[in-house]
Design a protein around this ligand. Structure first.
Ligand SMILES: [Zn+2]
Ligand SMILES: [Zn+2]
Length: 152
């Protein structure tokens, strides 16, 4: 159900276990990340927003992000806030349903991280191999990030 992303470069950099999307334990994962957000783990603003409005939900799907400064590449929970239009534990909001976009900051250099989208339509078919260009975190050359496998 969830996917994995591989990034491989001629310089020797290779990592094939970036998490992407949601897996079968997503409802628990979502509860866990929501609880963390309410306890302030994702910053004071997120804590306050979630406490004030019980209808807000977090999008805890895994996404790929790249630092705009040092090119660090990580997969993290998205953590955007939205209001659910339907009651589905596996629901992922559309872009226009998102009310607050979580800003991802590089853990190393504190610069803004950029979301690297890899086509969802493609990954649902499981036949195509959607890919996206990123910078190699090691040498900075342009390399391909592509879906490479499934998690449970
Ligand atoms: Zn950085
Ligand atoms: Zn490289």
């Amino acid at each position: 159900m969830g996917r994995l992303i591989i990034v491989k470069c001629d310089c020797g950099f290779c990592k094939d276990d970036y998490m992407y999307g949601i897996n079968s334990s997503y409802p628990e994962e979502n509860k866990h990340q929501s609880a963390l957000a309410k306890s302030g783990h994702y910053g004071k603003r997120w804590q306050e927003l979630l406490m004030k409005d019980p209808e807000l939900r977090v999008n805890a799907e895994y996404r790929l992000y790249q630092c705009s400064g040092c090119h660090k590449l990580i997969s993290e929970h998205c953590m955007d806030l939205y209001k659910a239009s339907k009651d589905d534990d596996y629901y992922i909001p559309e872009t226009n349903e998102v009310l607050y976009e979580y800003k991802h900051i590089c853990p190393d250099c504190k610069k803004k991280m950029v979301y690297i989208p890899i086509s969802q339509e493609h990954c649902l078919t499981g036949t195509d191999n959607p890919e996206e260009l990123v910078f190699c975190p090691k040498c900075g050359n342009t390399v391909i990030a592509s879906l490479c496998g499934y998690t449970d």
